[in-house]
Structure formats: C-alpha cells, structure tokens
Design a protein around this ligand. Structure first.
Ligand SMILES: [Zn+2]
Length: 362
C-alpha cells in the first residue's frame, strides 16, 4: 500500500519536475500555456455551475452573456454566436428549419456532450421560447424553438458561426400561408376509396408549383404541410398568425351532411364573420377565392358561408378563407377532383385569387 503511494508520489514529482524544466526552457511560451490553463479552468467552472444550477439551455445562454459582459467580450451584430469546435469549418454546420413548429436545428459535427459547456453560445434570447442541446451520432444539435416564424440567415468565420433571425416581412413583400386540410391519420371525407386529405394535398402541391415558378422573391409562401402528415390545428393557424401573413388559405373538399352520394355540387368558401369586412377582411378574401376558383373550374358557385365554428377560422388573426373546392359526394365532381387536369385548374384559381388579393391591397 505505502509502496504504491510512494510510487505515485515519485511519478507525480517527476512530472512536476519535467513541467518546471519545460517551463524554464520554454519560458516565452509560459504566458500562452497559463492562459490556456486559465481558460480550461473557466470552462470547467462554467460547466459545473451550469450543472449544479440545473440550468436550461436558455438560462445557460443568459449566464454566458453575463459572464462575457463581465469579461468585456467584444460584441457582435448577429443574434446568436456559436463557437466552432476545434478543426470544424463553418460550412460543415447544417441549419434545418421547420416553419410549422417554429423549430431551428443547428447540427454541429464532432460536437460531443460537453460542447455546449466548453464553447459558450452567446447572443440575444428574445424571440426564443426554448433552447436545448443534445449530442448524438457524432453530431451536436442545438435546437431552438422561436416565438414567431423566422427566416434564418447564417454565416461564419474561422472561429464562429453566426445566426440571424429575419421576420418574413424583412425577406418578402407579401406573405401567404397555404393549408392542405387533414393528413396523416386524419383522412377527412372518404368516398369510393378516395381520401379528401390526398385531394387537398394534390391541389396544394400543384399550387406550390405555380408559386415556385413565379419565384421573383417578392411573395413568401409557407405551407402547413407538403406531405401526408397531420399538423395540429394550433400549428396550422400558428403558422399564419406567427408569420404575420397577409393571407391564410385552407384547401378542403366537401360532402353532404348524410355522407350519401347526391346531386349537390359546387364550390363554397368559408370566412370568419368576426373579421367580416368586405374590404381587406376575411369575407372579401372568401369572395375573391370563390370567384377565381369557379372561373377556372366552371364549377357552380355555392356562395360564401360563415365559418366561425371551425377552429382555424375562429382563431386566425389574419384574413382567412377556407375553400371547399367541390363535393366528394357528387359523382361528377368526385371524378373531376381525382383528375390532375381539374386539380391544376383549381390550383390556378387559388393562385389567381392570391395575386388578385395582393393587387387589391391585402
Ligand atoms: Zn376537410
């Protein structure tokens, strides 16, 4: 036992001697070495403090900001600044945005579980609802949930990665949110093996092609879904409200109350009667959608209807129109709605409605 201790002491003393000799021989480097040492101790203390205080990511960001202020850290113009792990160039970081859930993931290669403590992130925390860090499969992921919809702009230099949050209005002249009804395990109306969710999505994807082709960058279009998923109603209407959209348009298809096949057919558009001004309100938008869609498809005009029973209409802060394109319970209309050609006409009608609404001052 004592022999072991003696051995360890000897090893320790030898290491100290080597360190002292090294220090004497490399005296000019002493300052750099001691600075590294101090930095390592600071990082360690930060980690201990954060862990002991059981801080959330957001609290740690605030704490880092306070520490940096105390140390006279140079300021930076961007909203957030991440330090690049040693040897990782900025172009290897990936930023993945999900507008519907207002989530931004920053994937950092070679960032281990300690990264978030060893490389303190700095910046503004307003507009951030939550901030988490997780390391998995060779990547560190900083996940930010924002309080509004933002467009992320990133840049980097040799040491840091910078993130800016831009509002849609800083990027686009006009903003529209397009919602394809239902999705995932919510099929909507089902007739003769055809699900409403698929028709709604097909129309929206054709509408997306039209917007993508226009692409002069003046109109920002956000979609609640572009695949077979079912976002919550809160997320759907949240995309419109939290992006400050000028218009919110939801695409659905109708059926009779009994669900039985019938001769009832035609296009109906629902609006928010509490935002019912003819001019630049929900009612006016519904009328524009009705006119433009029926002009393209030739379907019969079944008028605009009050829609406040519907959650996304009632809770929309922006002019909203929910288009019931046609009746799936009418055989002719169901056949039309299944055809690509007819879906293209519907998409063109909605596109024209959006452009007309913007031209009219929405
Ligand atoms: Zn529906």
């Amino acid at each position: 036992m004592e022999e072991k201790i003696l051995k360890r002491t000897a090893v320790f003393l030898t290491m100290v001697s080597v360190l002292i000799c090294g220090t004497i021989f490399y005296f000019p480097r002493l300052k750099a070495v001691s600075e590294l040492w101090v930095a390592a101790v600071e990082e360690y203390n930060l980690k201990i403090t954060a862990e002991q205080m059981n801080m959330t990511g957001l609290e740690l960001l605030e704490y880092n900001n306070e520490q940096a202020k105390g140390q006279g850290e140079v300021s930076f113009d961007s909203q957030l600044r991440l330090e690049l792990p040693l040897g990782v160039p900025g172009n290897e970081l990936k930023v993945i945005q999900d507008y519907v859930t207002q989530t931004i993931d920053i994937k950092i290669p070679f960032a281990d579980t300690e990264y978030f403590y060893h490389y303190p992130m700095l910046g503004r925390s307003d507009n951030i609802d939550s901030l988490t860090y997780e390391s998995r499969e060779g990547y560190g992921v900083v996940e930010i949930v924002t309080s509004q919809v933002f467009e992320v702009k990133s840049s980097y230099d040799k040491d840091y990665f910078y993130i800016d949050f831009l509002t849609p209005q800083e990027v686009y002249d006009k903003v529209v949110v397009i919602d394809a009804g239902h999705g995932g395990n919510a099929p909507g109306a089902t007739k003769q093996g055809v699900n409403e969710k698929d028709i709604d999505l097909d129309i929206v994807l054709k509408l997306k092609e039209l917007f993508d082709a226009q692409d002069d960058g003046s109109v920002g279009v956000y979609y609640t879904r572009t695949e077979d998923v079912n976002p919550s109603f809160e997320n759907r209407v949240g995309l419109a409200n939290n992006s400050g959209a000028n218009l919110f348009i939801s695409v659905h298809n109708n059926s009779t109350q009994s669900g039985r096949m019938s001769s009832i057919n035609g296009t109906q558009v629902m609006y928010d009667e509490l935002n019912g001004e003819e001019t630049l309100g929900s009612k006016g938008l519904a009328q524009i959608c009705l006119e433009e869609v029926t002009a393209q498809t030739g379907s019969s005009n079944k008028g605009i209807v009050e829609g406040n029973d519907i959650f996304i209409i009632r809770t929309s802060d922006v002019p909203v129109a929910l288009i019931e394109v046609g009746f799936m319970t009418n055989q002719t209309e169901l056949n039309n709605l299944k055809s690509e050609e007819y879906q293209e006409k519907v998409a063109q009608g909605i596109y024209n409605a959006v452009m007309r609404a913007f031209a009219e001052g929405y």
